[in-house]
Each structure stands twice: as structure tokens, then as C-alpha cells.
Design a protein around this ligand. Structure first.
Ligand code: SF4
Ligand code: SF4
Length: 383
């Protein structure tokens, strides 16, 4: 059976236009009542990576959040808005992020509740491949349904961050860093992301693709108009459609690769029923995609010890632009293996211990961390 993915055109964050697009998305998927019961408490699991203004396109836009919350409230549901942003998961941090991202205002306007519960619980995950149990934030246990509300963005480590990776935000604050340390390679880490998404079982997934982010996502890239609201019951198939729209071959994305290997999706439009507007109307062929591919193409040609040396030499690395840095220390705090030291209020990294997770870039509020890719890697990656 094909998975349904709805595409609805929406060119700007005009509240009425966004709300109409969301109503149309639900209609395309067969109506809200197929998924949500009146009286249900629904968590909108937003992407609130860090305190960023909505126009920077790092976080789920507040107008999108408000429109979705209002549609569900009018239907008869109660809404909780939440995420576990980067950094420590405490009430002060949550208040700061909700306010800075425009979400606190939305809660006041709609009557939605903001999540301030910072507890976590271990849940069994029978469908998981490498995570048979996952410690996830308690709010998921308190609600009847979860809707993933992601932002369409590229990602320096995982190439793309969409509906599946959005669910990584159910791991509490700094515990996310432990995953990077435990699983420094992309295959394990992307399997873990799929496992976490399976453990959360979102009832629906929406993607704010009205303005996405290209280049050095998930926070240091540039906003890019895409003009689409995407919705599906399957976050895995939604990501296939979203990546297809931005001209990124879905099977190049580690999470999609894992889903294909695990039989969750085919990694193409073959097992997807597209509903709503024509996908061709949204296609972009010059969306800036970060290149993450490792040099596994040397496998079979070069002995492993030599391949390891070459891979190490050609790996991308974080570079700290001290002129743009304000010395906040967020990069050092968020670095999973703690290889960043603040010297004279500027970060200095020990690359020997760096696992190339790029959390430092992800959480730098000043875009002062760039990813340097050796020119030879860029050439080989295109082969
Ligand atoms: S997070 Fe960014 S601004 Fe803050 S210390 Fe690190 S590089 Fe500088
Ligand atoms: S320096 Fe940056 S890329 Fe390297 S391990 Fe730390 S956070 Fe990750």
C-alpha cells in the first residue's frame, strides 16, 4: 500500500493563507477525524533548536504553529507545544526559547499550553534496530497524540533535517550529545534517529516548507522560499518527498538510506501517493545542499589502514571564526566529546578528539562556526 503525502502551495506566513493550507492538508489526508478524536490532547512537537527569530528559518514558524494549533483546537483538541532544544533542558531555557522563537505569544493567543515538564522516561522500542529502549521527554506520555511539526532544512552532518530527525528533539537536552559520542558514524547515528522516530510513533507529520533553510543548516544556513506545506501519516515518506522537492536525491540522506535498508520506505516516489498540488510546482534545482559523503568510495581499492588515514586527512572540520564569535561558550558546552576549550573567550578545538558531529555549528548563535571541506573531498564526493 502506498503512503499518502499531501502537498499544498503556501507562499508566505500570512495567517489566513497558512491556516487554509493546513485545512486543505487535513482534507487531502482524509480529514482530521481520521487521526484525532475530539477531546484528545495533542503535542505539537516543534523544531525549536535554539532561540532564533522566526525569519531566520531555523525553527518552526510561529504563524505555522498558530494555524495548526487553531485548526486542531477548533476541531475539539487540546494542544501542548513543546520541544527539547539544544543545551540544558530546564524551565529557564524553555522559557527563553519559547519567547525568542515567538511561540510563547502563540500559546497566549490560542490557549495552547507550553510544555515545562523536563522529566524523561525510558520507553521500550521493539521496532528499534539499535535502540531497544529510549529515554524520551515525559510530555509524550502525558498526551494522547503527537504531531511532528518540522522545518524543511539542510543539515551539515545529516545532509537533511526533516520529519524524522525532528523527533530527535524528544531526547532531553544535553543527553543528545551522548548519542553523538556513542554513535560517531553516520550509519549508527541515522539508525538511532529512525529508531527514536519509531519509538515516538507520531500520528501525523507536518513540515513547514514555506521558507526553508539551505546550505549550512540546521542553524547557520540561509532562508530559502520553497512555498509548500507538506503533511503525511509517515514521516519517512514525507522526508522522501521533501528531499525530492529540493533536488536532493533521497537515498543520499543517511536517514532515508537506513529506512530503505530496513524496508520502511523505498527512498523514491514509487511507494508514495501524492495528494494536493503537483510536486513539479515546487521543484528547486539549485537548493544549496551540504556535502557530507565520506570517502567510502575508496573501499575495495585501498587497504583499510590507508583508507582511514586518507579519510581523516580529507574529513570536513569545524573552523571557528573568532572575529564573529562573541565568546558565549555555547559551542564548548554543547560539544559532545568536550574537545573545545575557551581560551581568552574564544573557542579552540582539539581536532584529534573531534567526532565531526557539528553540534558546535548547530548551536552557535552567531554563525561563527563554519565547516571546512578540503577541495579534494569536494571533488571525490562528486564522483
Ligand atoms: S558558540 Fe559561537 S559565538 Fe559562542 S563561543 Fe562558540 S563560536 Fe563563539
Ligand atoms: S568540535 Fe564541534 S564537530 Fe567536533 S566534536 Fe565538538 S561539537 Fe562536534
Amino acid at each position: 500500500m502506498k503512503e499518502k503525502v499531501s502537498l499544498v502551495k503556501c507562499n508566505e506566513y500570512d495567517f489566513t493563507e497558512v491556516k487554509n493550507s493546513i485545512v486543505e492538508s487535513f482534507e487531502n489526508l482524509g480529514g482530521i477525524n481520521r487521526y484525532i478524536e475530539k477531546g484528545d490532547t495533542v503535542l505539537l512537537k516543534l523544531n525549536l533548536l535554539m532561540r532564533k527569530k522566526p525569519e531566520e528559518a531555523t525553527t518552526t514558524h510561529p504563524v505555522f504553529t498558530k494555524a495548526l494549533a487553531e485548526v486542531l483546537i477548533e476541531y475539539g483538541a487540546s494542544i501542548v507545544l513543546g520541544d527539547s532544544p539544544g543545551g540544558p533542558f530546564n524551565q529557564r531555557m524553555l522559557r527563553n526559547v519559547y519567547k525568542g522563537c515567538g511561540i510563547e505569544e502563540i500559546a497566549n493567543e490560542t490557549g495552547a499550553n507550553l510544555n515545562y515538564n523536563t522529566n524523561s522516561n525510558i520507553v521500550k522500542n521493539e521496532d528499534g534496530l539499535i535502540l531497544k529502549e529510549v529515554n524520551i521527554i515525559e510530555v509524550l506520555k502525558e498526551v494522547d497524540k503527537v504531531i511532528s511539526v518540522s522545518k524543511l532544512k539542510t543539515h551539515g552532518m545529516m545532509m537533511f533535517t526533516g520529519a524524522v530527525k525532528n523527533m530527535f528533539g524528544v531526547i532531553a537536552g544535553l543527553e543528545k550529545a551522548e548519542y553523538h559520542v556513542r554513535m560517531p558514524n553516520n550509519v549508527d547515528f541515522s539508525n538511532a534517529l529512525v529508531d527514536i522516530c519509531l519509538a515516538c510513533k507520531p500520528t501525523l507529520s507536518f513540515m513547514d516548507g514555506i521558507v526553508g533553510m539551505e546550505g549550512s543548516g540546521p542553524s547557520a544556513g540561509d532562508p530559502r522560499e520553497v512555498g509548500v506545506v507538506i503533511a503525511s501519516t509517515s514521516p519517512y515518506h514525507l522526508d522522501v518527498v521533501a528531499t525530492s522537492i529540493i533536488g536532493l536525491e533521497p537515498t543520499k540522506v543517511p536517514t532515508v538510506q537506513r529506512c530503505v535498508e530496513r524496508g520502511i520506505c523505498k527512498g523514491s516516489l514509487e511507494d508514495i501517493e501524492l495528494l494536493g498540488d503537483d510536486i513539479k510546482d515546487f521543484s528547486i534545482n539549485d537548493f544549496v545542499i551540504p556535502e557530507i559523503r565520506s570517502l567510502d568510495l575508496l573501499e575495495g581499492w585501498v587497504p583499510k589502514f590507508l583508507r582511514d588515514i586518507i579519510n581523516r586527512l580529507l574529513q570536513p572540520k569545524p573552523v571557528f571564526i573568532h572575529e564573529e564569535c562573541v565568546g558565549c561558550g555555547d559551542c564548548a558546552e554543547s560539544c559532545p566529546p568536550k574537545v573545545i576549550e575557551m581560551k581568552n573567550k574564544r573557542p579552540v578545538v582539539n581536532l584529534d578528539g573531534c567526532i565531526r558531529c557539528f553540534c558546535c555549528q548547530e548551536l552557535c548563535p552567531k554563525k561563527a562556526v563554519k565547516i571546512h571541506r578540503p577541495w579534494l573531498m569536494k571533488v571525490l564526493s562528486k564522483l
